[in-house]
Ligand binder design. Sequence first.
Ligand SMILES: Cc1ncc(COP(=O)(O)O)c(C=O)c1O
Length: 412
Amino acid sequence: MNSQASGAVPEPSFEPATLRPHFAILNRELAWLDNAATTQRPEAVLKAMAQFYRRHNANPRRSVHRLGAEATTAYERARLAVAQFIGARSADEVVFTAGTTAALNLVAAGMARWEIGPGDEIWVSAAEHHSNWVPWQQVARAMNAALRVIPLLPDGRLDVAAFRKRLAARRTKWVAVTWVSNVLGAVNDVAEICAAAHAAGARVVVDGAQGVAHLPTNVAQMDCDFFAFSGHKMYGPFGIGVLWGRQEWLTQMEPLIFGGEMISRVDERSAQWAEVPARFEGGTPNAAGAVGLAAAIEWLRGLPAAAHAHVNQLAREAAEQLAALPGVQVWGPREGRVALVSFSVDRVHAHDVAQVLDDRGVAVRAGHLCAQPLLRRLGTPSVVRASFAPYNTRDEVARLVAGVRAAQELFT
Ligand SMILES: Cc1ncc(COP(=O)(O)O)c(C=O)c1O
């Protein structure tokens, strides 16, 4: 049935060539299919950061001079832009961090650790990145609590029904779950997980690192307690990320970085913390990074819906074409895949596949993708991952598939 016959609105086409001039780095023989590791940055982001350094550079929130005020304004405007981007109630709920990893460690060590005791349970999902696994493992170890794992369905999505069933009778305090798996590309129903966890009296932190560039983000709709993401995976700079938390939890969370500007008063033997979120941002903040992140948000907001449909179409086509190759195993669900595809090639090491692809100007990621527990469950030590952005093209998908075939010919 065609889309008109079915009554559906046909997807508007999107032309990636219109975006490529925004990315000087792509002006070479390069198919950048490693966007899940880090995206490239558009000129708008680079310009905003350069402008900050050229015109407004000062240490924010400290100095009364003019540049200090300008830097503070730029930094706090960026916070507001983030709050609006993720549907936060207030900019005060936005804590700037160095990235997702730093954000998840902050909530694990600054809050969960104080609430969890012997015999309590923390749940992570089988699909977590090490950044959302190891901090919880460490809390569980330190507090003599149990670490439980939300299992996977055969297609790679989380088995939320099994989670819900097992959760009910337990002493679950925290649930740490990824929105989009960095290996499987599966989108998890985090709202459903939050609802189940809350019904059991637990709090939920969502790792949004692989979601924010591709899906509309609304922490209120998700109804999570904390949400973490990195700027560099959504066209923003390295070294800046966000921990969003509900105001009532942030006021209960302990800071982890002690020092300048995170206090309201210091005596010889004690200190009082500054208001939220400043108390979590001890030391000189990455103001240029925050400004760059705000520019990335603006750039991302300017993308038409068709650009996102294009990204998912590339991932779908890549998955289908790779799955059609004999000896290639594609991981993750057939439907509901976002922006990436991971695969294994029989009798060819993932690094060899990546090397052959690199020789052909196609950049992919290979290895355990910081998800060793997941790969063990899949029964493979390493995978190859191609991940897409709106500047990628169908021709690049064809080059990816041709490169995989070339690796098969070379190594088998
Ligand atoms: C799902 C997920 N969580 C967390 C991270 C860690 O992000 P960062 O290294 O920016 O802290 C990544 C990065 O690959 C990721 O894909």
